[in-house]
Write a protein that binds this ligand. Structure first.
Ligand SMILES: NC(=O)c1ccc[n+]([C@@H]2O[C@H](COP(=O)([O-])OP(=O)(O)OC[C@H]3O[C@@H](n4cnc5c(N)ncnc54)[C@H](OP(=O)(O)O)[C@@H]3O)[C@@H](O)[C@H]2O)c1
Length: 434
């Protein structure tokens, strides 16, 4: 990067943007507002000269003077003056082409794109290392929370037993609403959409896939293991009812969509579920659109990161952090591929680890249902920890189990679902022990 400008100590770094929507505009606003601060603290001047967009002449909610808007990717990545490409398009199509193209041309890349990093991360990291380029993606996980940098630097040597995160603001708003007002899922979703916390198409959020993308990235940083997305058990929140949240509360538990990775005797167990967690657990009080990541390290014990996990400025803050880092030290973000290789552990085999479970069955009036259910559990080697049974005509049984092997629990549930007097499929959610 050339040393230019009036101040002989100020390094000018030229940036090409791919995408100038919610996060791109946030970045341009922060760059304009914090220009002097960044120059004073980091000794760099960051200048955006080109931006790839779909609609060249659309109005932008940010200062754009001096930026050439284009609809041709090559205009940005072929420009020899551009040192860093910041990808903020999203998806895996043009974004991936742009990131790979930029790295191949020897440009550093900063992105907030969890889809490309969770699916093509290894390939991109290799490409970056090969071309001695930085590749940073702090904005892809929990936006403003600097969790990836912390795992890379301050916590680099720590061995973790557990990483658990509330990584999706939309679903946290919905579950908060269902818990505080007894709202049904569909009404809570409508509220989240009206309040601007949910996309018009919230499928990725609701299904847990967005959390899965972020968890894959977190697990790679924390444990050195790249989990294939398709190998991850992922349960969405559309199955959760206000009754389940209320039952959980009566047992002394909160209810959150969590992405977790825990070290077990069988290996690393990685999964996404709506989960019960003790009301005193630090993650239980994280509400509305906030994100949080709870880590338990062998050396440090518990630690929690909390903040805004989405939005124009919180995400742009993370992108700007990466950008300032690569601008002030162009070797800082070049991937070291052997990172954490020594701590990498194998993945636990599917269905074999143990978890505590909450489940609820509903049935029409029948004698001996409780005995039948406990008998099935007994035969499937699932031990009951606590029971709550109620109702006469339309009965409900809610149980918490002791740690049970996942596939045994699932076998018990499918046997219960086959009983002719069950009125709907049983609800089954795992629990997070500390
Ligand atoms: N928004 C958040 O809160 C948030 C949080 C964390 C991470 N992220 C990530 O940040 C990235 C950007 O998100 P965003 O919310 O800023 O998206 P956005 O508002 O939809 O902006 C996307 C930008 O990309 C441009 N674009 C889209 N398709 C294109 C194509 N085929 N060719 C050229 N340009 C194209 C759009 O151009 P036009 O403006 O002309 O339409 C727009 O400027 C995504 O990876 C997202 O997952 C976002």
């Amino acid at each position: 990067m050339p040393c230019t400008g009036g101040n002989r100590h100020l390094k000018t770094v030229t940036v090409g943007l791919l995408g100038c929507g919610t996060v791109g505009e946030g970045l341009l606003n922060l760059l304009a507002e914090e220009r002097d601060e960044i120059a004073a603290r980091a000794g760099v001047e960051i200048r955006v000269t080109k931006a790839l967009v779909r609609r060249k002449d659309a109005p932008r909610k940010a200062p754009t003077k001096g930026i050439e808007f284009t609809t041709r990717l090559e205009r940005v990545i072929d420009d020899p003056q551009i040192d860093v490409v910041v990808e903020l398009i999203g998806g895996t199509d043009v974004a991936l082409k742009g990131v790979e193209g930029a790295l191949r041309r020897g440009k550093h890349v900063v992105t907030a794109n969890k889809a490309i990093i969770s699916q093509y991360g290894d390939r991109l990291l290799k490409l970056a290392a090969q071309h001695r380029c930085g590749l940073a993606y702090e904005g892809a996980v929990a936006a403003s929370i600097p969790i990836l940098q912390s795992l890379d630097h301050g916590l680099a040597g720590e061995k973790f037993d557990l990483v658990a995160g509330i990584l999706n603001g939309t679903t946290n708003v919905i579950l908060t609403r269902m818990g505080s007002e007894g709202a049904e899922f569909a009404d809570a979703l409508a509220y989240a959409q009206e309040a601007g916390f949910a996309e018009a198409d919230p499928t990725l959020d609701i299904s847990g896939q967005d959390t899965a993308h972020k968890l894959v990235i977190l697990v790679h940083k924390a444990f050195g293991v790249r989990v294939p997305l398709r190998a991850l058990p992922v349960q969405g929140i559309d199955d959760v009812t206000p009754e389940d949240i209320e039952h959980a509360r009566q047992f002394g538990y909160g209810f959150k969509l969590l992405g977790i990775a825990r070290v077990t005797d069988l290996g690393l167990d990685v999964r996404v579920h709506p989960m019960l967690l003790p009301i005193a657990h630090p993650l239980a009080s994280v509400s509305e659109e906030f994100n949080a990541i709870y880590l338990h390290g062998r050396g440090i014990g518990p630690m929690i990161f909390y903040g805004r996990g989405a939005g124009s400025r919180p995400t742009a803050r993370a992108v700007l952090g990466d950008l300032v880092k690569v601008a002030s030290d162009d070797g800082a973000l070049v991937p070291r591929l052997s990172m954490r290789a020594e701590t990498a552990i194998k993945l636990a085999p599917a269905g074999r680890t143990t978890l505590m479970y909450y489940f609820r069955v509903t049935f029409t009036d029948q004698p001996h249902v409780l005995a039948t259910v406990t008998n099935i559990l007994d035969e499937c080697r699932v031990e009951v920890h606590r029971i709550h049974a109620m109702g006469r005509q339309q009965g409900t049984i809610v149980m918490l189990t002791h740690p049970a092997v996942e596939r045994n629990m699932q076998r018990a549930i499918s046997r219960m679902n086959r009983l002719r007097y069950m009125t709907e499929p049983a609800k089954l959610f795992p629990m997070l022990e500390y």
